[in-house]
Design a protein. Structure first.
Length: 252
C-alpha cells in the first residue's frame, strides 16, 4: 500500500470526522446533545438534508449560506473540516513507515487534541467529556503499540495530573486566586498517557513556547497584556502533546 493512498484515506476520514468535530465545538458549550440530535441550521432550526452534510463541498456549493433560510454559515465549519483532514494526512505521513496502528493512533490523538484546543481557545473550558477520553485512548494506544502493559504511560498519566494539580494548589494558596483551570491537570494526565512520563517536560516546554509566542504577538501588535489576563493553557498543552508525540522528547 502506497503512502499516497494512506494520505488520501486519512484525509477523507478526517473530513468525515471534521464535520462531527465542528458540530461538537458549537453544541458542547451550549450544553446541547452532540450524538442524538440531528444536524440543523443554527439560525432557523431546520434539519439539514444528507446532501447538505457533505464536508467542505456542501459549504462551497451553498456559498456559505443555509439552503432553507439563507442565513450565513460561519466559515469556521469549513476550516475545522479542512484542519481535521490535514491532521489525518499528517498522521499518515508521520506514521506510514511505523505501520497502520501508529497512523491510526496519531490521527485519533490529533483529532482529540484539536477538539480540546478549540473548545479551550473559544471558551476557556476543558470539559471532562473530552479530557478523560484522551487519557483512555492514550493508555489503549500505548498497550497496543507495546503489546503489553503501558507502564511508562500509566506513570505519565499519574505524574501529569499530580504535577499540575500541585502547581495549581500552590498558586492558589500563595496568590489567593486560581491560576490554572480544573481541567488542566486532567489534560496533562492525558499528555502522560500518550507520551509517557519522560515526555512531560517536553510537553510543558512546547506549551510555554506556544503561550509566549501568543503574548509576544500581542505585544508586537501593541495590545495591552495584563498580568491577570486569561490564556487558554489547555490549547498550548494540546500543541505540546502533538509535537512531543511526533518528534519525541528533547534530548531523546
Amino acid at each position: 500500500m502506497s503512502i499516497a493512498f494512506a494520505c488520501i484515506l486519512m484525509g477523507l476520514l478526517g473530513l468525515i470526522f471534521g464535520s462531527f468535530i465542528a458540530a461538537v465545538t458549537v453544541r458542547l458549550p451550549r450544553d446541547e446533545d452532540v450524538v442524538v440530535t440531528p444536524s440543523h441550521c443554527m439560525s432557523c432550526g431546520e434539519r439539514l438534508k444528507p446532501w447538505q452534510l457533505v464536508p467542505v463541498l456542501s459549504w462551497l456549493v451553498q456559498r456559505g449560506r443555509c439552503a432553507m433560510c439563507g442565513a450565513k454559515v460561519s466559515p469556521r465549519y469549513l476550516l475545522i473540516e479542512c484542519g481535521v483532514a490535514a491532521i489525518g494526512v499528517w498522521a499518515a505521513l508521520a506514521g506510514f513507515e511505523a505501520g497502520w496502528v501508529f497512523v491510526a493512533a496519531t490521527a485519533v490523538m490529533g483529532w482529540q487534541l484539536l477538539l480540546i484546543a478549540l473548545i479551550d481557545a473559544e471558551n476557556f473550558w476543558l470539559p471532562d467529556e473530552l479530557t478523560l477520553p484522551l487519557i483512555a485512548t492514550g493508555l489503549i494506544a500505548g498497550a497496543v503499540i507495546a503489546r503489553g502493559w503501558p507502564i511508562s504511560q500509566i506513570l505519565g498519566a499519574v505524574a501529569g495530573f499530580s504535577i499540575l494539580w500541585l502547581l495549581a494548589e500552590v498558586y492558589r494558596r500563595v496568590r489567593g486566586r486560581e491560576g490554572l483551570g480544573g481541567g488542566d491537570p486532567i489534560l496533562f494526565a492525558g499528555a502522560g498517557a500518550w507520551v509517557g512520563w519522560a515526555g512531560l517536560p517536553t510537553v510543558l516546554l512546547w506549551a510555554c513556547a506556544a503561550g509566549f509566542s501568543i503574548v509576544l504577538t500581542l505585544l508586537i501588535t501593541r495590545r495591552k497584556v495584563e498580568m491577570t489576563q486569561k490564556l487558554p493553557f489547555g490549547t498550548f498543552l494540546a500543541i505540546g502533546i502533538w509535537l512531543t508525540w511526533l518528534y519525541g522528547p528533547f534530548g531523546a
